[in-house]
Design a protein around this ligand. Structure first.
Ligand SMILES: Cc1cc2nc3c(=O)[nH]c(=O)nc-3n(C[C@H](O)[C@H](O)[C@H](O)COP(=O)(O)OP(=O)(O)OC[C@H]3O[C@@H](n4cnc5c(N)ncnc54)[C@H](O)[C@@H]3O)c2cc1C
Length: 388
């Protein structure tokens, strides 16, 4: 059938959307499948949380805005902010999808089968099929709970607003002290809450020069300006969490702590690969494998049989590529088994094929959002981009 998609992209975050735009630009019929809304992870961030990496409209110098997902676009230009909130960034993502005419359906993919060159996706509303599949469901939907009783704590991903949380208790224990843990601690302390952060690796002391380990400059500068006396940072590993009377008991490698208020859990995220894990090659690749096309590992083309640290995340199967894409970012990929590479595959924006050009102009979109540039094309305007 002419209109049947050639590629299904699952996940409407920056990785999925950026990939869908890139595939469309080279003439692939794409259908994006998103369980909630485009940019759903960012919409579910705590209201006050902002992106860590700075945005700047560097397009005029031939450079990309660090947080752009499609050539010629710039969140800094569209949003007028260097560190937008999650909700603002989601508006940029929606604007890109609208501008490039990315077709998408709302459906949660529950299972995937691969047979005779076709991926078959089971959703609550029926089946979707295509010969190519891009899996880009991110991590935010899958908080990691790494010790017994962790589900008693409030996961960072479930916090609606720190302003509201600050009104609930005058003190709070935060488990995990990397980006999201410190984001929570700093927002709460700024609102007068006494916060104790527990993390066995004391990320606030790390200074390796590797951005997957070290805190972002944004968080470091926030730490320097933290209210004195309200923030306590402790090198301490939580082993278990339980109830104790009206409060909570934390068993740690330093002893026991009690707190009357529900601790906040910021121990990172899992990979969301469950529905497709069986389709990925696990373990080291045999020399020369898999033959017809190079394996794709975490979104990166891997030229040889040498496995990447953290293990292969994707491989060619019979000439059909199944990719697991994640936008690299200073995520709290931490906890047991953490490696800086885990989940840090170079995703859609970095993986865009070269050779296009950016047409000029600026476009006003619904909601008053402006988008820079007309799109990235192969020599002519994109037929599917309404504004070009
Ligand atoms: C507090 C915080 C601050 C951050 N700051 C930055 C930063 O400054 N710069 C940066 O580069 N990165 C940052 N990151 C990381 C960045 O948010 C992630 O790397 C990025 O969101 C990953 O994009 P993605 O498209 O892979 O996943 P997501 O944005 O999570 O998108 C995945 C989508 O898949 C959907 N989905 C999930 N399961 C299914 C299913 N079964 N079927 C269909 N759809 C499904 C979800 O609803 C979601 O919309 C930050 C993260 C956090 C938590």
């Amino acid at each position: 059938m002419r209109d049947r998609p050639e590629a299904l992209v699952v996940g409407g975050g920056p990785a999925g959307l950026g990939t869908a735009v890139a595939l469309q630009a080279v003439g692939v019929r794409v259908l994006l499948v998103e369980a909630r809304r485009l940019g759903a992870s960012f919409r579910r961030w705590p209201r006050e949380t902002r992106l860590l990496t700075p945005s700047f409209t560097a397009n005029g110098f031939g450079l990309a805005d660090l947080k752009a997902i499609a050539p010629g676009t710039s969140p800094a230009f569209s949003l007028g902010e260097e560190h937008p909130t999650g909700r603002a960034y989601a508006r940029y993502l929606e604007a890109v999808a609208h501008h490039f005419g990315v077709p998408w359906v709302r459906a949660r993919v529950k299972g995937v089968e691969y047979r005779e060159g076709v991926f078959r996706l089971a959703t609550q509303g029926g089946f979707l099929e295509a010969p190519f599949l891009v899996w880009a469901v991110g991590e935010f939907s899958f908080p990691r709970r790494p010790f017994p009783g962790a589900s008693l704590a409030l996961a960072y991903a479930r916090v609606g607003s720190f302003s509201r949380l600050a009104l609930e208790a005058p003190e709070r224990v935060v488990i995990g002290g990397y980006e999201s843990g410190l984001d929570a601690a700093l927002h709460l302390a700024a609102r007068g809450v006494r916060v104790t952060v527990l993390d066995p690796e004391a990320p606030w002391e790390a200074d390796t020069g590797e951005p997957s380990y070290d805190l972002s400059p944004y968080t470091r500068s926030r730490l320097r300006g933290a209210p004195k006396g309200l923030l306590r940072l402790r090198r301490e590993r939580v082993l278990a969490l339980g109830r104790s009377g009206q409060g909570y008991l934390l068993v740690t490698d330093r002893g026991r702590r009690t707190t009357p208020h529900r601790p906040l859990l910021a121990t990172g995220f899992a990979d969301g690969l469950d529905p497709v894990r069986h389709l990925f090659h696990q373990g080291p690749l045999p020399p020369g494998a898999p033959g017809r096309a190079p394996p794709l590992l975490g979104g990166r083309v891997h030229p040889g049989p040498r496995p990447l640290p953290g293990g292969p995340q994707g491989a060619a199967r019979g000439g059909t590529l199944l990719l697991h894409l994640q936008v690299p970012g200073p995520l709290p990929h931490r906890g047991p088994g953490h490696s800086p590479q885990a989940g840090a595959g170079r995703g859609a924006p970095g993986g865009l094929p070269a050779g296009g050009h950016v047409a000029g102009g600026s476009h006003l979109l619904p909601g008053g959002l402006r988008l820079l540039g007309a799109g990235w094309t192969r020599g002519g305007p994109l037929p599917s981009s309404p504004g070009s």
